[in-house]
Structure formats: C-alpha cells, structure tokens
Write a protein that binds this ligand. Sequence first.
Ligand code: RIB
Ligand code: CA
Length: 329
Amino acid sequence: MSMFVPTHRRRILLDTDPGGDDAIALLWLLSLVKQGLADLVAVTTVAGNVPAHQTFNNASQLLHLAGYSQIPVGRANVDAPTPAHQATYIHGADGLGNLTATLPPATHVLATAPMAADLIIDCLSAAPGEVTIVAIGPLTNLAAAEHQSPGILKLAQEIVIMGGVFSCPGNITAQAEFNLWFDPAAAQVVFDRRRDGVVILPLDVTQHVRFKPEMAQQVAAAAPTHPLAQFLLNLVDFMVQTALTYRATAGIPSFLVHDATTLAYLFYPETLGFQRAWVQVETQGEWTSGETLLDQRAIAKPPPNAWVARQVDAEGLLMRLVADLSQVC
Ligand code: RIB
Ligand code: CA
C-alpha cells in the first residue's frame, strides 16, 4: 500500500549476479513495479557469485517465478576470465540456495540473448537521462558498455551500486568487498566516467541489514500458497545457515541483504545517510586489490565522484522491505 502516486515512475536497469541477496533485491523491485512505483526496463546479468551462464538462468527463473518473464535479460560474456573462486559457499552451488530445481524454468535463452553491454547501451541511448542503473554485482558489464560506447554511462540518470568498504573489514579479503574485488578495473572505469558521481552502498552499511527467518514467514503469510512464498522461506533458511557458518551476522540467525540497500536509496532515502567523497579503487595491490579508498585528510581534494552511504536505519529499511515483499506474491 503506497500513498505516493508518482507522476514519473523511476525507470531502472538492474545489473545483477543472483545470488541470494540479489534475489531479495529483484523481488523488492518487482513489488515496486507491481505497485506502479517503478519500471524495470531490463535485467543484465554478470559473473560474480556464480558463473555468468548461471546468473543469466537464475535471473530468468526468478522473473518467471514472479510473473515478469517479459522483462528482457542480457547476458555477460560467458568466456571472459574470472577469479578462480566465486561465492558458492555463501549462495549455494547454483547461486540461489540450491533451489533452482524448485523454480519455474528459465524462459530466456542464453545463446540468443542480447549481450549485457549492448542492452545497457540500447536502454541508455533510447532514453538519455531517464534510466537509473542499479548494479548489484561486479561492474564488468558497465565497464564493457563504456569501452564499447565511450560516454554511455553519463547517459544514465544515476548509477547506484552495492559495493566497496571503507571503515570496516572486507568480506572477500580483509580490505575488499566482493563486487569490487571481483573486477576492480571495471569499478575504476565506472568511478572515473561519471561526472556527477556514483551512489555507493558499501559493506559499512549493508553489514547491519540482517534479514531474519521471521521476516520471510511474515511475507509468506501474506500468500502462503504462492510458489514465491515457499521459495523465499527455503532461500532464507539456506542463506541464514551460510551466514552463520561464515560468521557474517554476529551469531544472529539472519543474512545480509546487501543488494536491497540500493532500492532503499531510490525509494526510501530517509533510511540512509550519505557522505560526498572522492573515491578510488585499488587495482594493483597484491593484498589490497579491490579496496575502496576515501581520503579523509584535511586537504583539498579532486572533484568528488561519489555519494557514499555511511549511516543506515536498518530496522526501518527492513520494515519497508518486508511490507513491499508481502505485496509481490
Ligand atoms: O559483498 C556483497 C555483494 O557480493 C553482494 O552483491 C552479493 O550478492 C555478492 O555479489
Ligand atoms: Ca550481488
């Protein structure tokens, strides 16, 4: 239920590597689409949590589950080199809690799908300044689009990313957050090519956004027989187990819905506080590759290239997420 009836719905291209928390973010976005508060113009998929072919199929199956198979899905270059290990230890071998066999089949075909970079270029070129990119995986596709069509990223209304870490330990190495660690050169391209800055939701805030089993039960209670309800309950059970195993949630049975914070920025900005900053990405460090650097010294800086989330009302954000998810079934 939303009292706000927008005259102009936010148009979003979601770049994602589903991924358990990506799934929560996508379902939140589809709830907002269903409520007439947003348009999802395309989904582009990228290697990250699991390989590119798997993230493509996962996105297509999730869209089918939620009744949005008509949304175009772009694929990454499945032959591109990627880091040796990914994040199956957190998200399961298939990236969705080993639950893909319980989902409706993918309706998009990898072999004939548009390349993600092409889809990004087409969507931004067709509506300059009107489409917001929400990137919740490694930034490989965004950098590929910029290399293919220099200046294209400036045509996005905003670029909102989940990634980076500034004042707390990393989650893939002591210094780096997974998305930027996976492709730091791509991240640097994105940070360098936006005149007005990238909106960054880093681990500093996402580490506090703990989705709990009882929240999934509350969502499922809204439509207990809907296939999505059972998937959500099973996904959360899986993600909570791996979060506890890898000590991501201070022993509290929950899991971090990192990616959902990007939607909180767009639709519930009151739940976040931001700092303007000039952000750089380490791309060379043997031990620090993917580290995000924010210069706090009392000296003049180059023009800022980012808004970095530094505070979050986690309970308020989660309350809004649960309420919206309860409407997606
Ligand atoms: O570090 C968290 C990020 O890495 C999230 O996007 C999660 O899905 C993984 O991709
Ligand atoms: Ca992700």
